[in-house]
Design a protein around this ligand. Structure first.
Ligand code: ACM
Length: 324
């Protein structure tokens, strides 16, 4: 049976891709009958969607300079060669409406992600009063929202309000929830905040999605995106609606050929993709491949990394109708 969720994800925060590039990307997706484009719109290196209530998210948070050596945020990465001092970009709300309509006409739903409460450095540069200060001596950077501050909760709700005004009712909204160090926020603090956000959007007709950490921490009522392959069994046992994008098979930013990357790095070849056994459980909504863009700096590279593995994925799990 073909999976209901046939997704690709693009990280537009680490590197930004213009609307025209995403339209071309959706053309390729449609040809392979992918039906979900998950956009990772916010992260440490850049905030990529216009907010009318919080304009500094893009006037400040969408642009970056190369940071001094030693700054965790952008330490080892080149800035796009066509920029000399400043890199960035964002989608206006009007552009995003156009992308939503372009996808809809091709059977592709755009799924926005606002990554909460971590991966928030760009937002915190724009609005420092929302930041959680790391405890003295802690080497972790300022990357996490101070979730117990009422202003932070209002910020998160208002940002989500704008997303819900922009995206059609019924669109799943991804709330992030990954990789927050418990030195900064305990699991319980993370759980309470994420549960509030899940309830906020889902009570308004927008299914919530989180990364698997939130489910592990006890958040309920959302759809889960499983990325940590080693957690697959444990997370599936929770019985929550789950989209599978394990980093053992579907992280398409990983090299696709042996020998092109350092020996320690995990390689995901077309054969790796083909070898995945899709669990046949009613709560498995489908599959997705993720393209994180730390090292995907140009549209050409994005397409080269996404396809042909996306073609193999489509042929194996739905175009071939093999019923695996
Ligand atoms: C993730 O790769 N942190 C979802």
């Amino acid at each position: 049976m073909q999976p209901a969720w046939r997704g690709l994800h693009v990280d537009v925060s680490r590197h930004f891709f213009e609307p025209a590039v995403l339209r071309q990307f959706m053309d390729e997706m449609a040809a392979l009958r992918f039906n979900r484009l998950h956009l990772h719109l916010t992260d440490g290196p850049g905030w990529r969607l216009e907010s009318l209530r919080y304009p500094r998210l893009t006037s400040v948070g969408a642009w970056r300079k190369k940071l001094p050596e030693g700054d965790w945020n952008w330490r080892d990465h080149e800035i796009g060669s066509h920029f000399t001092t400043c890199y960035g970009g964002y989608y206006t709300q009007e552009e995003m409406r156009g992308l939503i309509a372009y996808g809809a006409a091709r059977g592709i739903m755009l799924v926005p992600e606002v990554d909460l409460p971590g991966h928030a450095y760009a937002a915190l540069v724009a609005y420092p009063e929302l930041a959680l200060e790391p405890p003295p001596g802690c080497k972790l950077g300022r990357d996490v929202l101070a979730v117990e501050n009422p202003r932070v909760r209002r910020f998160a709700r208002e940002v989500l309000d704008e997303i819900m005004e922009l995206f059609p009712p019924g669109t799943p909204i991804h709330l992030g929830g990954d990789e927050v160090d418990t030195q900064l926020l305990t699991r319980e603090q993370q759980r309470v905040f994420m549960q509030e956000m899940v309830d906020y959007v889902s009570s308004r007709g927008y299914p919530a999605i989180t990364w698997d950490e939130a489910a592990e921490n006890g958040v309920r009522g959302q759809w889960v995106m499983l990325w940590r392959a080693e957690k697959m069994e444990e997370i599936l046992a929770l019985g929550l609606p789950t989209i599978l994008c394990p980093n053992s098979h579907f992280y398409f930013d990983y090299p696709q050929r042996v020998g092109v990357a350092p020996a320690w790095q995990r390689v995901i070849t077309p054969e790796t993709v083909r070898s995945f056994r899709l669990p046949q459980a009613a709560h498995v909504l489908g599959l997705q491949a993720n393209l994180w863009s730390e090292d995907i700096k140009t549209p050409a590279r994005l397409f080269e990394m996404a396809f042909p593995r996306a073609r193999v994925m489509a042929e194996t799990f739905w175009l071939g109708a093999q019923g695996r």
